[in-house]
Design a protein around this ligand. Sequence first.
Ligand SMILES: *Cc1c(COP(=O)(O)O)cnc(C)c1O
Length: 375
Amino acid sequence: MWKVQLFKLNYDNKEIEAVTEVLESAWITMGQKTRDFEAGFSSLLGHDSKCLAVSNGTAALHLALLALDIKAGDEVITPGLTFIADQNVVTMVGATNVLSDITSRDDWSMAPADIEKKITDKTKAVLVVHYAGFACDMDAICDICKRHNLYLIEDCAHTPGADYKGRPLGTFGDVAAFSFFTNKNLSVGEGGAVVTSDEVLYKKLLGLRSHGMSVPSFDRFKGRAISYDVEIPGLNYRIDEMRAALGLVQLEKLEVANKARQKLVLHYYERLDGQLKINIPFRRFSRGNPNYHIMPILLDDSIDRLHVIESMKEDGIQTSIHYPEIQEFSAYKDTVNPTPIAQYVSKHELTLPLYPTMTIEEVDLVCDALIKGVS
Ligand SMILES: *Cc1c(COP(=O)(O)O)cnc(C)c1O
């Protein structure tokens, strides 16, 4: 149906073999593959990171809030331009979202000055998202959190392989949450990771992930333990071995895949720079190395976005929007504060296809259809 779709999996025989090997091993949940994946992902991040693989990115965010004991009566400062999972988990623990705006129509990262303005006596934590793998200003944000004694949570769903001034994203917050959903840079279908370098938080997260149990089934299977205690109430946010095995293969491919994304994005820049009605965010980005998670553009005020989407669709090009206005969702419209710059971006943003196996010719097809659509 599509000539160029928004995203395609970067899978080959390696993924098939990895899953087959697990199926033949007859141990299919949280075993050696999960441990190997956690070790591999921890070492990708470095800085004493301890990684726990979980069912998905939303579970990772939920665990982060639970581990930090964020609850009713607390306020959490969350991004004005993000996937709604950030606001949903805050709501689900009974806390209140206070939205913080992005910096400008060019820099879509949370503005440190606006975060600071939103702090009240009730603020317990700041939750940041590194949009499209472009790092927030972590020097400024860490400084704010330190001065106001607030927890810092990083939504790292977009960030595997990206850094802030050379230091991997996901190593700045008290806790970081990663997603390995299908269309993310590291893709296993449904999966995620919660990461911390704090030993106490790590132990708490371990319990919260699996019913508060002190000893995992794998250790009882291995004869290392007979029974278990339940130390705190917990959930089941475990991952299975098939997806941990996919994660190990994807982890190996990550660097090359991110390089391929970069090359495609540079070609997009070459084609679209100077196009009057098309603006590209983060073009002067200098806070670190992004991982080019998605290819967002900002259409001029004068452009009817729906018309562009329809016109590109007719040409066989799939597009998306990252993200709709939080203030327009039925569940949030009466409860959240305005974020004027993020709301402007939500109204005019368009996401173009991007995935590691995309070709330069496909980028050209997208650009031709886009330029036609806006003219
Ligand atoms: C994908 C995503 C999530 C949620 O991850 P899931 O694995 O789909 O639960 C959260 N935040 C952002 C910014 C995301 O892109």
